[in-house]
Every structure is written in C-alpha cells, then in structure tokens.
Design a protein around this ligand. Structure first.
Ligand code: CAO
Length: 426
C-alpha cells in the first residue's frame, strides 16, 4: 500500500486558478480518470481528473483556494502505481470556454435556482458525468435530491430538477400574461361610436397608488348596520341660535364624528396603525384626528379635523364646512392630509344605502355613512316611524376581528341613539 501525491496537472499557461468544487471526499474510492476538483478561470470551468486509483487519504485543498500546476490536491492510498498522464491543456480549457458559459447563461435566465457553480463542499453522490451535465445546464447539484441509493444523483434527477424550475418559471409567466391580458381590452372604444379622451385629474392620479396599495395589502371586511337616529335628528333640528333666534345649520356628520371618537376611546385598536407585520409592532394613537372624505371637482381629498374630542358640535360643523371649502378651492395645506385616527366617508348628503369604503392606509378602519331615511320599525307591539342611518364600517381584518367590529358599531349606534345626548356640548 503506497501513499501517492495527486497534484494539479499541466493546465497550460493558467496560474492561480480558483477551485470551485471538490468532487471527492476523504475515504472515498476513486478510479483513475474520475474528477477530483473543478477549476474555474475567469472564463470557464474544467474538471481535473485523477491520474491514479485508490482510496482518498487526505484532501489538501478547499473550495476557494487558488492553485497552479504542481500544487498538491490530495493523497490516495493505492496498491498499484499506475499513474497515467492526463493533461488538462490550455486548449481543453479554451474548448470549455466556447460552450459552457453560453449554455449556462441561457438556462440561468430561465430558472432562478440554478447556476451557483460554487457549490458547498458537502459530499454529493453523483458521477463526474452527471456533475458535468448538471453544470452544463447551470443546475446547482447540491440542491438536487438524488433518487438512487444513498441519495445518488442521476442524469434523470438533473433533468427533472431543471424541468421543474422551467415549469415554475413558465407558470409565473403565464399568471403574469393572464393578469396583463385582463387589463387590456381587445377593441377600441371608438369602434362603437364617438369618444373623447381626456386627462385624468392630477389628484385622482396622486390618490390612485395609495388606494391600490390599501386595497391590495389590507384584507378588508365591511360590516353594515342601521342606526336609529330619530331622537338625535329631533335634537339637531331643534337647535336654535340664541342671538338671532334662527335655526342652527349643523350637519349630522358633526354628531357622527363625536359618536365615533367616543367609540374610539373604548376601542383603541380602531385608532391604531400597523407598523410592521413582520416585527409585530402596532402604534396606538392617543389623539383623535378624524379624516373626512371631501368630494371635490378635482377628486377626493381627506383632510383631518384635529382633536375632535375637544371641540363641540357647533364648532365641528363649521370647521368641517371651512375645511371642505378649502379643499374645493385647492387652498388646503398638504400636511392636513396626514396623521389621522380614522376616516369618515359620508355620502349622506347625496344618497344610497351602504357601500364598501376603502381604508385610508395606514389607518385600520373607515366609517362609511349613507343617507338616513324614514322607516316603519316594529317597537313594543306597534309600528313606529323612525329615522334610520345606514353605516358601513370597513376594517383591517389582520388586526380587527368581526366580533370587535360589530361591538364597535354597537357603540356608535348607542352613542347616536339611546346615549346620543352624551356630552354633546353645543
Ligand atoms: N343622511 C341624511 N342627510 C344628510 C346626511 C345623512 N347621513 N348627511 C348630511 N345630510 C344632509 C345635510 O344635513 C345637508 O342637508 P341640508 O342641506 O338640508 O342642511 C345635506 O345633506 C348636504 O350635506 P353635505 O354632504 O353637503 O354636507 P355634510 O356636512 O354632511 O358633508 C362633506 C360634508 C364634505 C362630507 C360632503 O360635502 C362630501 O364631500 N361628501 C362626499 C364624500 C365622498 O365622496 N365620499 C365617498 C368617498 S369613497 O369612500
């Protein structure tokens, strides 16, 4: 039994060539001609075969080492001294340069999990032929599960791995194509009659990505409810200016804002913003700034009415009028659109019953208000005419559960209904 040094053979003019793969492991029996390491120049990679056969006794190199002709690679225990001369010539490397990179680049573009030629040094059972095949396809052999005994990787395994990657990529492409197809229409509107193409108003263009982000990232649920505001409306319509004796013009929205803030105090989650779902952080706001969706000829704007908890109904009503006017005149400061607790979107002055408002990100809920109407309600064995306000609460289901949302709406209902006289300083 002799210990034989196996060294880097003649590799032409190349010096300090990097080892990118160790293809054998200690104790492994190898035959002459089996590949031991893979070298990679800046243009190509080539396997270095062993010029003897026997059992690997010790490996002297590792991935990343740079070697030149004559450097010791490993020692093998051999009972025959049958050293054969194998030259990995400059022309052999040049040949690899011609083919390998092209194939690798083509396939790498197709699938993501391939072409990381610098595989780990862990022992992977595969013949040099299979390794070469995998490398030519740009597949990282360390990621392939072998189907043979002890996990040995076969040529078929490599093909399956590459095919699977290609299919995955194809399916991603198909989905993308389907999406794009949906957005396109297959005809021109003008084919069917006269049309007029105009610019989308600037504010709508600015709001669009914000709406899309909110709609696509927040799992919205909308809870609808009907609130009996008969007493509240009687009260509102009875309000008189003490100096002039005239009827006070106060929007129902001022009452709704107050009722909402009282509910936010009891249910702080609705006055929060998710910081980061990954780190699990949520910000609870201790202020009560209510966003109001304002319909303008330029598009929807959502200014904040600050510190609603500290203002009375009459003040809120007139502030709301002023702020809405500023929005319509484009005289509002951009900062007024930031830093809200929750938003109210009221279509009460226009019409409809129930809708599904989109949460004003980064808030976690929005209250939609529709037009109140008179209904016959069965109360204590008789029908009575009552004024009913439809509401629609959209909430972020990641942070608010359905039961909590229903309780929150009950709270708003009580604040506008049976408890409506709650701290309503005029
Ligand atoms: N039910 C019945 N009547 C209502 C009501 C309701 N829920 N809310 C308001 N009204 C009445 C008002 O009392 C007023 O009546 P009078 O003229 O008799 O006084 C009338 O409807 C008009 O109200 P308004 O809508 O002009 O004023 P407001 O203070 O109630 O609302 C504002 C202000 C800025 C919210 C509103 O003008 C507006 O822009 N609304 C549209 C918001 C919007 O587009 N939302 C959809 C966004 S998508 O989510």
């Amino acid at each position: 039994m002799a210990l034989i040094d196996i060294k880097v053979p003649n590799i032409g003019d190349f010096k300090d060539v990097e080892i990118i793969e160790i293809l054998v492991s200690n104790g492994q029996n190898i035959n002459k001609g089996d590949s031991m390491i893979t070298l990679e120049s800046d243009k190509s990679s080539v396997e270095v075969p062993c010029n003897n056969s026997g059992k690997v006794s010790q490996i002297y190199v590792k991935v990343g080492d740079k070697v030149s002709e004559g450097d010791l690679i490993l020692k093998i225990e051999s009972n025959k001294n049958e050293t054969i001369k194998i030259e990995t010539t400059e022309s052999a490397i040049s040949k690899e340069i011609q083919n390998a990179p092209k194939k690798i680049v083509e396939k790498s573009l197709a699938i993501s999990n391939i072409k990381n030629i610098t595989t780990s040094n862990k022992s992977i059972l595969a013949s040099p032929k299979v390794r070469k095949f995998a490398r030519e396809l740009g597949a990282d052999i360390s990621k392939i599960s072998g189907s043979e005994k002890l996990g040995r990787v076969t040529e078929e395994d490599v093909k399956n791995f590459v095919n699977f990657g290609l299919q995955q990529k194809q399916s991603v492409n198909n989905n993308q194509e389907i999406k794009e197809h949906k957005l396109k229409i297959e005809y021109e509107h003008s084919e069917f009659g006269e049309i007029d193409i105009r610019d989308i108003p600037r504010i709508k263009k600015l709001a669009a990505p914000h709406l899309v982000k909110s709609f696509n990232t927040i799992p919205h649920v909308t809870h609808h409810d009907q609130i009996d505001i008969t007493e509240m409306e009687e009260f509102r319509n009875s309000l008189i200016d003490h100096y002039t004796g005239e009827k006070l013009k106060i929007t129902p929205l001022a009452f709704i804002m107050k009722a909402l803030v009282a509910a936010l105090k009891k249910f702080p989650t609705f006055n929060s913003s998710i910081e980061d779902m990954n780190t699990g952080k949520i910000t609870f706001k201790k202020y009560f700034h209510i966003g109001i969706a304002v319909d303008t000829s330029n598009g929807l704007m959502v200014p904040k009415i600050r510190e609603v908890d500290k203002k009375n109904i009459q003040y809120l009503s007139s502030e709301l009028r002023d702020v809405a006017q500023k929005c319509r005149d484009l005289k509002i400061n951009k900062k007024e659109f930031y830093g809200g607790s929750m938003t109210i979107s009221s279509l009460g002055g226009i019409g409809g019953s129930f809708f599904t408002p989109i949460i004003n990100y980064p808030e976690v809920a929005i209250l939609g208000v529709s037009k109140s109407n008179k209904q016959q309600i069965f109360i204590k064995d008789e029908f009575k005419v009552r004024t009913i306000l439809p509401i629609s609460l959209s909430y972020d289901h990641r942070i608010i559960d359905g039961a909590e949302a229903a309780r929150f709406c009950n709270e708003i209902r009580d604040n506008l209904g049976k408890n409506f006289a709650f701290k309503l300083a005029i």
